[in-house]
Design a protein around this ligand. Sequence first.
Ligand code: AMP
Ligand code: ZN
Length: 112
Amino acid sequence: MPDCIFCKMAAGDIKPDIVYEDEKVLAFHDIEPQAPVHVLLIPKRHIVNLNDLDDAELAGHLLQTAARVAAQLGVAESGYRTLMNSNRDGGQSVYHLHVHLLAGRRLAWPPG
Ligand code: AMP
Ligand code: ZN
């Protein structure tokens, strides 16, 4: 998708602060962190959001990668939150699927 910022990152045209990369997924630090650790994990292929996620293997790989990154960043034991915002009421602002990985402070529940 030519105007999609996360596709540009996946293609290497924009360089985020990468924490993990393989042929299918990319993980990088959020530019506006909401916690001491705030990483986004994206599929390299353009998928709008969870409504369009048609690849169970990729879905599993994204979640397993989130756990791996949590361990890599030293928050697996202290704890973390993984979430996906979908469409307007979910609070999605970038329309390329991404998993948020938040950690490093006690996170409130329920979310606002
Ligand atoms: P959401 O609101 O769930 O769609 O999340 C989009 C996230 O992308 C927000 O947390 C933004 O801070 C983050 N974001 C937007 N642009 C960039 C960028 N250039 N680099 C890193 N993170 C970004
Ligand atoms: Zn995209």
